[in-house]
Design a binder for this molecule. Structure first.
Ligand code: SAM
Length: 309
């Protein structure tokens, strides 16, 4: 257990964090993206960005030293907070013992690059069921090295998320909000925009973290809108295969990039015919297509595939 004076010491400054870390033999670990938010004004603004109310259930990924967790606990009904690093989990658990609405979990949020840790999702889904709650918010200063798979897996999971307020590497937030025909537009833009409305709320310089990261960061608000596009996709894994083929060879024409993605029986002539029906030039590149067009394209190829099989 931590002495009360040590708990009172936090909100953190780099010097306080350094003292606590030395005492506990902790060194910030780059591999786990351990850059702690030390700007109190920004910390305080995050629950507002997420629109937290006292009825909200929150999932935080990356408890760290618990600085954000404590604010989330004070502004919501229940917080689930996940930390992979055992020493940081022990440190933050000591601090968070003072809050009866926080469940700290020492685990990796990811089972694999393509799947959230099922023990965590089951725990949250069971809790929501038992407490008759229909939605959660995700609020996190995400470890940058795993932010893309975490966000995609959260969107594709069964968790009933309505809003995410996330601190991410700025470059990733620009890819999330990118429009067709731009350099940043790619698989991440398509998937995020398929599931949600996404907005960059503010950008953050490296100085607001300790240790300072090498990159700029930004806070995004992701408001889930599954009704917008997802219902129109018959076979989501197939849609993902189509966009993967398009964006992994984005400089090729659509017909060439989809030619390498071999759907048995589908020829270049079929693809040209589909593009013609969509009133698109056969030399078009996939990176210029908006979400509606990508869905129509994948639905047409899917129908033809079914017809030919
Ligand atoms: N929430 C704290 C803050 O705002 O200062 C810490 C944020 S820090 C950017 C990211 C945290 O995520 C670190 O504490 C790191 O150990 C933890 N982390 C890294 N990879 C993780 C994973 N796969 N699962 C759970 N936590 C992870």
């Amino acid at each position: 257990m931590m002495p009360q004076e040590e708990i009172d010491f936090i909100p953190h400054t780099p010097s306080v964090l350094k003292q606590i870390f030395i005492r506990r033999g902790i060194t910030p670990n780059k591999r786990f993206g351990q850059n702690f938010l030390i700007d109190q004004n920004i910390l305080l603004s995050i629950p507002d960005i997420a629109g937290l109310t006292e009825n909200d259930i929150v999932l935080e990924i990356g408890t760290g030293t618990g600085g954000l967790t404590r604010l989330l606990a004070a502004r919501s009904r229940q917080v689930f907070t996940i930390e992979i690093d055992r020493k940081l989990f022990e440190l933050s658990s000591d601090i968070l013992k003072l809050y009866n609405n926080v469940i700290p979990i020492n685990a990796d949020i990811l089972e694999t690059k393509h799947e959230l840790n099922p023990r965590i999702t089951s725990l949250i889904l069971n809790w929501l069921r038992e407490h008759k709650q229909a939605a959660i918010k995700v609020v996190s200063n995400l470890p940058y090295n795993i932010s893309t798979p975490v966000v995609i897996n959260l969107l594709e999971s069964d968790l009933p998320i309505d809003v995410m307020a996330l601190m991410l590497q700025q470059e990733i937030t620009e890819r999330m909000t990118a429009l067709p025909s731009t350099r940043e537009y790619g698989i991440l833009s398509v998937i995020i925009q398929l599931f949600s409305d996404v907005e960059i709320v503010k950008t953050l310089p490296p100085e607001v973290f300790w240790p300072r990261p090498e990159v700029h960061s930004a806070i995004v608000k992701i408001s889930i809108r599954k009704e917008k596009y997802i219902g129109r996709i018959t076979d989501y894994p197939f849609f993902k295969k189509v966009i993967n083929a398009i964006f992994t060879s984005r400089r090729k024409t659509l017909v060439n990039s989809l030619g390498s993605f071999s759907v048995p029986g589908i020829t270049r002539e079929h693809l040209k015919q589909i593009l013609k029906e969509m009133q698109l030039d056969e030399r078009i590149r996939g990176e210029v297509l908006n979400l509606d067009q990508l869905i129509s394209l994948s639905e047409s190829i899917g129908k033809l595939k079914k017809h030919l099989s």
